[in-house]
Design a protein around this ligand. Structure first.
Ligand code: SAM
Ligand code: SF4
Length: 347
């Protein structure tokens, strides 16, 4: 690695977070996300993934989030974590700068054995996604055939996954375990208070995500967006909330419950763009780098994945040329461009 200064982009934003998708496939079919049923051709190898993370760490990355598709479907997940863990304890390895390795999962395959293996392999945090508690609503949100019975089974699997993660040592108190929910008006907004209550009872932070216009397949429309403001207002009427300070580079705004029983976060990328201090690069399972969740095109890293030097110079260049602020621009003009699919980018 060179000793050149850490890169900043055209808006002076540093490179801090790498979101790496391990697969575009999923064992659910949430219609707002629309995953692939087939794997993408040209998946990065394990060596290439480790090289990418190492080089990114040398350029300032301190947080890695592993995502998908459904990352627990990937047989690379554990070997990747193990390889990263070896680098994190070596003082001369840029991987030692990784402060946080996190995973986002739908929780279906999060058995106790899996949770313990993830912990042992060095994973720091897990976020589990669940958009409803009522079985028929869960089934609709997850795109399940089989209605109520399938929805009930999924809720039990996800609750089992949350329990398993906790038992394996992912502690909600220090942010080691969180719950994600995408809210769509008219589809699952009836579930807002039940989800908040569930999270309060489990002691996990609930992160409420505004339905985003990522991808071209989900038929997004603005009238299905439930704003962060409305979500917190509805929850606050039931359990009063106090705003918490926003951390630099954070995507969420956070509130604590006035009764001291936990916190919620909202990700308001539609109604309150947070591009100003966005420090994230997304890389798809097949090695395409995207500088924004809403970007239409990524850069294929394959020609550079063979060497640290080649990767360093292309990632530095990508970052220095980056000028995306789509969420802000979306508010300023009404022109919509094609976007990459969420199941490739991983949220
Ligand atoms: N399969 C895993 C899961 O569901 O957690 C990881 C990948 S998923 C793409 C990551 C996150 O993106 C999930 O919490 C999911 O709910 C969220 N997501 C997917 N499509 C979305 C959309 N159109 N708007 C907002 N959030 C979305
Ligand atoms: Fe699968 Fe996650 Fe997309 Fe749902 S949001 S289809 S669980 S990748």
């Amino acid at each position: 690695m060179t000793s050149a200064p850490l890169p900043v982009d055209q808006w002076s934003r540093p490179f801090g977070v790498l979101r790496l998708s391990l697969t575009a496939r999923c064992n659910l079919a949430c219609p707002y996300c629309c995953p692939d049923s087939e794997e993408l051709p040209g998946l990065m190898s394990l060596d290439q993934q480790v090289r990418l993370v190492r080089v990114a760490c040398g350029l300032g990355v301190h947080t890695l989030r592993l995502t998908g598709g459904e990352p627990l479907l990937s047989d690379r997940l554990l070997p990747l974590l193990q390889a990263l863990a070896r680098g994190r304890v070596a003082s001369d390895d840029p991987l030692a700068r990784l402060r946080d390795v996190a995973l986002t999962t739908n929780g279906v395959l999060l058995t106790l054995d899996m949770a313990e293996a993830l912990r042992a392999a060095g994973l720091d945090r897990i976020t589990v996604s669940l958009d409803a508690i009522e079985a028929t609503v869960v089934a609709t949100m997850a795109g399940l055939r089989g209605g109520m019975a399938a929805g009930e089974r999924l809720v039990q699997q996800v609750l089992g996954g949350l329990r398993a993660a906790r038992r394996a040592g992912f502690d909600p108190v220090d942010g080691g375990l969180k719950l994600n929910a995408v809210m769509r008006r008219g589809l699952n907004d009836s579930q807002l208070l039940p989800l908040a209550e569930l999270a309060r009872n489990l002691g996990v932070e609930l992160r409420l995500i505004e339905y985003m216009d990522v991808g071209n397949r989900n038929g997004w429309s603005a009238d299905q967006v439930l704003s962060s403001e409305e979500m917190t207002q509805r929850i606050g009427e039931r359990w009063p909330l106090q705003p918490m300070p926003r951390a630099s580079g954070a995507t969420s705004r956070r509130w604590s419950y006035a009764d001291g029983r936990g916190r919620i976060g909202t990700i308001a990328s539609i109604t309150e763009p947070f591009c100003g201090d966005c420090n994230r690069l997304r890389v798809t399972a097949d090695g395409k780098a995207y500088t924004c969740l809403f970007a239409s095109k990524g850069l294929d890293l394959h020609p550079f994945l063979h060497s640290e030097q080649a990767l360093e110079s292309i990632l530095r260049e990508i970052w220095q040329q980056r000028r995306d602020r789509y969420s802000v621009e979306r508010q300023e003009c009404s022109v919509s461009t094609p976007h990459a699919e969420m199941a490739y980018l991983g949220g």
